[in-house]
Design a protein around this ligand. Structure first.
Ligand SMILES: C[S@@+](CC[C@H](N)C(=O)[O-])C[C@H]1O[C@@H](n2cnc3c(N)ncnc32)[C@H](O)[C@@H]1O
Length: 346
């Protein structure tokens, strides 16, 4: 296609204009349980059956199913009895609740919480700060206080955060050989999905999930099986309370929540606590040094703007933070997936 034709038919503009419609169709089909129903059924189902089982109108469901077919999230087959819908392989793996690689929970968090903050993106860019006050009428001074404004919101957030480790937990943990580190603290370890991947990949280690007291309670009760002896818990605030000694500290998606000052304070504290010869593993989505991509990371950085005090950073920016805190021999590994790994040594 020539550049003139490109200008006559701005496919890219059309696609971006419709981007949020695409997200909402996928989120809605997940939320209503379309993919779960089709997985459980095993057989392709008609519109009438799907609408009846999910308790929706046929008018609305017909359009939702057709849009999902257009987006290749469902397949349709015309039979003598009419159209029959079934999941695609990708939907079975990523959009059903029961799959080990399910992205259902993060999608529900995006659809019902993050989406409301993005409504105020223009204000976020004008003001350079998160939008909890406008979106939810709550103070934006303490982002996690705002995120955990109810037990239900906290559960949705933690389940959402856990989802990603089913698809790229192994990659970030195998980016470096972590087997020499046996006493590991996962600072801000949340629902514990990464800790579970860690003890499965490195069976000789123990991982302590260090997080705010109410998060630790929920992680214990809802997310980490009690029969897992290699996972322990520590309730604390990593800015205010002490951090115990360990061989390795994992900070997964922690620094991206905070400005450079807070990151510096936290890393200095981690360096002080770290056993000599130990290290710190940062797990983050890395921008290219010239900030020209990856586009997912650029969008996540906007997400950090509307929701947190932080941003996504380049490897050089993380290396500078680590060096300022006293860490040395900083190594960066891009995994080729959404999240990357950076190792620093004491
Ligand atoms: C973006 S989530 C990342 C969770 C997890 N590390 C992961 O990668 O899935 C940030 C985590 O930091 C925790 N956190 C925030 N502020 C904290 C603080 N002051 N002390 C301890 N944990 C904190 C949150 O509760 C949350 O679990």
């Amino acid at each position: 296609m020539s550049s003139t034709e490109d200008l006559d038919y701005p496919q890219i503009i059309l696609q971006y204009n419709n981007g949020f419609l695409v997200s909402k169709v996928m989120f809605t089909a997940c939320e209503l349980g379309v993919f779960d129903l089709l997985l459980e059924s095993g057989d392709p189902l008609s519109l009438d059956v799907i609408a009846a089982r999910l308790g929706t109108s046929t008018t609305g469901m017909e359009r939702l199913l057709d849009a999902c077919v257009g987006l290749k999230l469902l397949a349709v087959e015309l039979t003598q009895e009419g159209a029959l819908y079934r999941n695609t392989e990708i939907s079975n793996i990523y959009l059903t609740k029961s799959s080990p690689k399910s992205q259902y929970h993060i999608m529900m968090y995006y659809s019902n919480t993050v989406y409301l903050c993005w409504h105020y993106l223009t204000d976020a860019v004008r003001e350079g700060r998160n939008q909890y006050e406008r979106a939810f009428g709550i103070s934006s001074k303490d982002p996690f206080g705002a995120m955990y404004r109810s037990e239900e919101e906290m559960l949705k957030f933690l389940a959402g955060q856990n989802s990603v480790w089913g698809i790229c937990g192994r990659d970030v943990l195998a980016a470096f050989d972590l087997s020499p580190f046996t006493r590991i603290y996962d600072l801000g370890g949340g629902g514990g999905a990464l800790a579970r991947e860690c003890v499965s990949l490195y069976p000789n280690c123990t991982v302590t999930i260090y997080d705010l007291p109410k998060v630790v309670q929920v992680a214990k009760e809802r997310f980490v099986p009690p029969e897992e002896p290699r996972i322990a818990f520590h309730e604390g605030d990593f800015f205010k309370d002490s951090i115990p000694e360990a061989d390795l500290y994992i900070l997964s998606k922690i620094l991206h929540d905070w400005d450079d000052d807070k990151c510096g304070q936290l890393l200095a504290k981690v360096h002080k606590a770290c056993r000599p010869g130990g290290g710190v593993l940062l797990v983050e989505s890395l921008l290219k040094e010239d900030r020209s991509g990856p586009v997912e990371t650029q969008l996540y950085s906007m997400n950090m703007l509307v929701q947190t005090e932080g941003k996504e950073r380049t490897p050089a920016e993380y290396s500078t933070l680590l060096a300022a805190a006293g860490f040395r021999e900083v190594q960066v590994k891009r995994t080729g997936k959404i999240y990357d790994a950076i190792l620093g040594r004491k």
